[in-house]
Design a protein around this ligand. Sequence first.
Ligand SMILES: [Zn+2]
Ligand SMILES: [Zn+2]
Ligand SMILES: [Zn+2]
Length: 471
Amino acid sequence: MSEGVLITGDQNPLHLPAKKATDDTQWRSLDVGAEADYFLLEVGSESEAYRIIGLVRQKLLPAVYLKPLILINRGGDVSKSLQDQVDFVISSQQLEQQLPAKLLDEVESINRRIDALQEQRLKADTNIALRVVRYLYSRDREVEPVASIQNRGGYTFTGIESLFGGHDQSIWQTLDFLNSQHLVQTRFVTRTHQCASCGCAFLNFKETCPQCESEELDADDLIHHFRCGYTAELSDFRQDDRLVCPKCDQTLRHIGVDYDKPSMMYHCRSCDHRFQEPEIVTTCFDCHRTAPPENQIHRNIEAYKLSMLGVNAALYGLDSLFASILERRLQLLPLDVFERFIAVEKARIGRYKVSHSSLLLLDIKGLEEIYLTLGERTSEVYEELANLFYAMLRSSDLISSRNESMFLMLLTETSPDDAKIVEGRLSSGVGELLKASLGASPEIISQIVNVDNALDLTEYLESFLSEHHAE
Ligand SMILES: [Zn+2]
Ligand SMILES: [Zn+2]
Ligand SMILES: [Zn+2]
């Protein structure tokens, strides 16, 4: 029997009310709601719905941000965009009875996929590209572009929009990145023009005079009379409500039979020039730059779904790229193995009381940006980063990673003071390398912890994450 958690609009969803189901457990936070099978959304307005969906989808725990969302419709239409952002919409009558079996089946199949992710020791996901990959994996669906005037790119992807905090540019960047890494497959949908300087899809296409560039033009059809061959502008043929040929005086009757309209004739009101081929220019509604259409961006608008590589990334993380490079240079230990080494080290130090070992944590916030801004050059930069780690660590040191940007190093026989030297070199080296490739210094947080009995690695990591990767 599956159970959901009800989220209503008038309550702060971070402090959930009692469960809808029989017991009256108070849910203190959405993270506690991780245990539920789905979230039921009961809200008074669409904007309230979007707000709550955003809160859920921007949480860090896969069991929360990927949770199936069921919207309760109390009557009236639910917009297509809102339908796209939740998994199911049900009427309040359906809720009175039992939820339909088919819906529960689908909820279960999403949850099975989320469970498969959970098994990979994933506690909190901070990387947006990875979150998109995992969302697509859990839904086993394609995300389609939707034309929208709310989005300056002219299209949005309502299916994944709520994963982003309203920065529509980053949706494109993320999808482009996933594509460049072959993590998604694309399906052509349409093409669009976008402003080359600001990316805005709202362009004004205008005919202008080839001689003086004026936009003030009169356009008229050109008429060709078959019988006498006379060709002139439509206005020359007009007599009251009839068309009469000025050359042979015959009345024109049927287009295609005794006359046709081979093209248009333009007249510039500014310089009096007459011509058939105007220059086309485009002006951006946002940044007001004008350029010929061929100088604007002409891009394919595509639908995306995970490739096999993407499924792999969903399950094992995007860090597999950096990790596999690191692995070639250093032995990057899985976190659980690393934890066991820490336990052994704690015991050894406790028993002999003669030496010190240090745990060095390095959290490189800019590493996520690398995915987004470097695209194809990512692996090159990773290679250099791996070299840097290699140069700094001794063969007796152990390294592991918590997510794709956080590294843990056990520096054996190293006092916290000596560890400080390694810490300084490593973080300044990483900082300089990333500044050279990204053009900006990433935020690097490093910490040193003495390895002794007081150290609980899991607890330490969780508190570090909640402090530095707070939502
Ligand atoms: Zn004629
Ligand atoms: Zn002109
Ligand atoms: Zn523009």
